[in-house]
Design a protein around this ligand. Sequence first.
Ligand code: SF4
Ligand code: SF4
Length: 278
Amino acid sequence: MSGTLHPVTPKQDHNYVAFFLTLACNLKCPYCINLHDGGSRYKKANRKHMDVEDWINAANRLVLRDDLPLSLQGGEATMYKGFYRFVNEVKEEIKMDLLTNMMFDVDEFISNVPVWRFTREAPYAAIRVSYHPGQNDIDDLIQKTIKLQDAGFRVGIYGIEHPSIIDFRTKEFLGEWQGNLYGTFKYEGSVYGNELKQSECRTTEIIVDPAGYVYKCHSDLYNGRNPFAHVLDHDFNEASIEEFRPCDFYGECNPCDVKVKTNRYQIFGHTSVEIKGI
Ligand code: SF4
Ligand code: SF4
């Protein structure tokens, strides 16, 4: 995986590009969607995390539209040891979004992260903070948000509604809690289904795990299962993303992929994957 990598240019209908820099997290939410269905199975795949140089090379091969940022997520992406180097050294054209629980040191973040990296025209904030009831503290999040806003960052907190000046929105809870399944899903029996079925599936997203492997869905990613490419493969390209691929795990789909949700234009009705032949 050396030499110059040819560019990867997501197509118009590719809605999301995410690097899961790490799946480690400094919170332990009992409803964690990343540990959906069985806990940290990803660990069993025993993959080596990518070096920051490789992540930078991977990001630099992307050619992204103005309305398609590179999303950094996890786990808690800021826990990745090369996080600050990554956000500074990737080519300037790449704008980033950050999904975070904001348990990081805000002063250190402000000193080390260039505001322009997380600045672009969008109907939502580039830094999106999840409030996790019982885990992170809302007053702490509000104080940190105000500090980041004063430093020029655009930050939104997602969780319960709060009557403050801060960009604060709610989002649907996805997954199972106390025996009930939450979320509006396009394909019946796809999440916590009674049986596993075969199907063919394709995605509209580029999702890359901490080791650099690319998957057709979040269920595969969190399980370290059946990657179809590595982000540094020479022959990895945008066309390979949208191929229908066989899957034996319909019924174990992750809510993220089959939930009916808003796309990047904030228009409702989109699902990340398309499934046929169930
Ligand atoms: S903060 Fe997010 S990634 Fe971390 S445990 Fe909670 S839900 Fe999971
Ligand atoms: S059918 Fe479900 S588990 Fe299989 S690839 Fe699609 S989203 Fe993933």
